[in-house]
Structure formats: structure tokens, C-alpha cells
Design a binder for this molecule. Structure first.
Ligand SMILES: [Zn+2]
Length: 69
């Protein structure tokens, strides 16, 4: 009966580990989210994720965001 218990624990560990591996894998949709936006102050093109957003406008740096005021 001890062997059955070991097999059950082994199976449980296998399921947990394979689930963890699936969760830590980086998502493949990253290239889709790389949208280019234009700085509202100097018209420089920057990645949306790197841009500083203020309302509906994007800025390449905090400096340009503040200069716009
Ligand atoms: Zn700018």
C-alpha cells in the first residue's frame, strides 16, 4: 500500500509542477502590444508601454509632459 501512496504523491507533484511551468511561461502576445505612439510635444515616436501618458496624450519623457502645461 505504501507504493500506491508514493505513486499518488508522485502524480500530484507532476500535476502541480506542470501547472507551475505553464504559468511561468511568458505570454506570446507581447509583439501585439508594441504599439507606437507619438509624443504630443516633440512628435517623437515611442513605444506605448514606454510612453508617459497624460489624459489622451502620450509623451516621450516626464519633461515633455510637464512642458506641455
Ligand atoms: Zn517628446
Amino acid at each position: 500500500m505504501r507504493i500506491l501512496l508514493l505513486i499518488a504523491i508522485g502524480l500530484l507533484l507532476y500535476v502541480i509542477i506542470s501547472k507551475l511551468i505553464r504559468q511561468t511561461r511568458p505570454p506570446q502576445i507581447q509583439s501585439d502590444s508594441e504599439t507606437m505612439v507619438q509624443c504630443h510635444y516633440c512628435s517623437l515616436h515611442i513605444l506605448e508601454q514606454e510612453a508617459i501618458r497624460k489624459g489622451d496624450n502620450y509623451y516621450c519623457s516626464a519633461e515633455h509632459r510637464d512642458l506641455e502645461d
